[in-house]
Design a protein around this ligand. Structure first.
Ligand code: HEM
Length: 437
């Protein structure tokens, strides 16, 4: 499709997605040039996606996220998840007491956001501050979604109100995150002595620590605003995606008590009725893993992966792809295809234990039957961490409570809506009944 000055290509076939992202990965590993609104958030000079620093910068950024998420680092940070999970469980009990029901999405977003803030800044901050950061990052994400002037720049003047709003959001984002960057810098520079009581991770263990000393070839140290951008990307990328998956999984557990009881049975078998679910436990829970995979299949948090761009002119599926064309991969289609999945509309975790899902590789390396995290060079660098957050939240929530539809509100409704990820239009609310001890 030729739109204004930019060509956009949409790829939907499983074979072509595999060919482009896995077999010919480097050719499609770039990202499109930034739109005027996105540039406000990437600071222009920060050049996260710019042609000038693009490839060097992108690979540095990716290396840092990847380094932050090695199996060893994930293990070392289990105390952060423990702290956040305890707060999560207390919060939902208070909400149930005060409102009669628990809203799944808002609680999961807050919890995951608190984990990612702590991973990035090494700081345990108050719930009010987490809420403010989470809310502003959500608004930033929504305003940076592609808009008409990205394809027809001549229309840019019509979008002045959005540009003004984008600048206001950027200012707020900076105001909220710069104090954390400064406290952490003080903490690191003082060898862990100063920086405030909220600092909890040892020096060197937070994501920003490694960015303070980073020298970007050709441009030197990063400024505060650039750090704001980098950290925001990590927090945003990991919050909505995982919370969306938990909400959809819980939707199926609430509406099909048989699945919930089978999952509860597995959790009890592993940790007992009164035990505490640990991270090493969830790895062994095969039914839980099947529930999560079936959730990714039936409700991929995003229906497209992020936009890719061709690094040079190339052919794909008999079409010529111009250099720098936006290439969009529509992936939700794959899991609805009856040629690949039996009864694709049904939610059946068992298919991943003894059915058409058993052999599926969700990273798409061998073939592409589902790809919630993308595939190839630009696959989500934190997919194991995201999955761990989902597993832990589901296991803890189902171990402690039976989740049932609330009698005095409309029943859970699977209508979808777009909010960066594909979420439930009417957020899931359920009654929680403490499991008998
Ligand atoms: C269920 C959870 C998650 C899902 C479904 C998910 C999905 C995705 C997808 C589809 C992409 C785009 C791949 C592409 O463009 O080809 C992506 C990229 C990315 N994700 Fe995730 N993600 C999840 C969790 C996380 C978490 C927890 C983090 C950070 C801690 C994270 C950080 C990133 C980053 C930084 C990128 C951009 C990588 C790049 O541009 O090279 N994601 N993710």
């Amino acid at each position: 499709m030729q739109m204004g000055q930019r060509t956009m290509i949409i790829v939907t076939s499983s074979d072509l997605i595999h060919e482009a992202l896995v077999q010919r990965g480097p050719l499609f590993a770039s990202r499109p040039k930034d739109s005027p609104i996105r540039l406000i958030f990437s600071m222009g000079k920060c050049a996260i996606n710019s042609a000038e620093y693009g490839p060097v910068w992108r690979s540095l950024r990716r290396n840092f996220v990847t380094e932050m998420i090695t199996p060893l680092r994930i293990k070392q940070c289990s105390w952060i998840r423990k702290w956040a999970m305890e707060a999560h469980m207390s919060r939902i009990q208070v909400e149930a007491r005060e409102k009669g029901v628990v809203e799944v999405m808002s609680n999961c977003r807050l919890t995951i956001c608190s984990i990612l803030i702590c991973l990035c800044f090494g700081a345990k901050i108050t719930e009010d501050r987490i809420r403010s950061i989470e809310s502003i990052l959500k608004d930033v994400m929504l305003i940076t979604l592609p808009k008409l002037p990205d394809f027809l720049p001549i229309l840019t003047p019509l979008f002045r109100p959005q540009v003004r709003e984008a600048k206001r959001l950027r200012q707020k984002q900076v105001e909220l995150l710069v104090p954390l960057i400064r406290s952490r810098r003080t903490y690191v520079e003082s060898g862990g002595k100063d920086g405030g009581a909220e600092m909890a991770s040892p020096v060197g263990a937070a994501y920003v620590d490694s960015l303070f000393t980073l020298d970007v070839p050709g441009r030197g140290r990063l400024g505060e605003e650039e750090l704001v951008t980098l950290v925001s990307e990590v927090i945003s990328a990991g919050t909505d995606t995982s919370a969306t998956a938990v909400e959809w999984a819980m939707f199926h557990l609430v509406t099909d008590q048989g699945i919930q009881e089978k999952l509860y049975g597995e959790i009890v078998e592993c940790v007992g009725k009164n035990g505490v679910v640990m991270e090493s436990d969830v790895e062994k829970m095969t039914y839980l893993c099947a529930v999560v995979k079936e959730t990714f299949r039936r409700h991929p948090p995003s229906h497209f992966v992020l936009s890719h761009a061709a690094t040079e002119v190339t052919e794909l599926g008999g079409y010529t792809v111009p250099k720098e064309a936006s290439v969009e991969f529509y992936t939700a289609w794959l899991t609805e295809d009856p040629k690949m999945w039996s009864d694709p509309g049904e939610f059946r975790p068992e298919r991943f234990l003894n059915g058409d899902g058993v052999e599926v590789d969700i990273t798409g390396t061998k073939e592409v039957k589902m790809m919630p995290f993308g595939a190839g060079r630009r696959i989500c660098p934190a997919w194991t961490l995201g999955t761990l957050h989902i597993n832990m939240l589901l296991a803890r929530m189902v171990h402690a409570f039976k989740w049932v539809p609330a009698p005095n509100i409309p029943p859970p409704d699977p209508t979808e809506t777009f909010a960066f990820t594909i979420v439930m239009k009417n957020p899931l609310k359920a009654l929680i009944l403490p499991r008998s001890i």
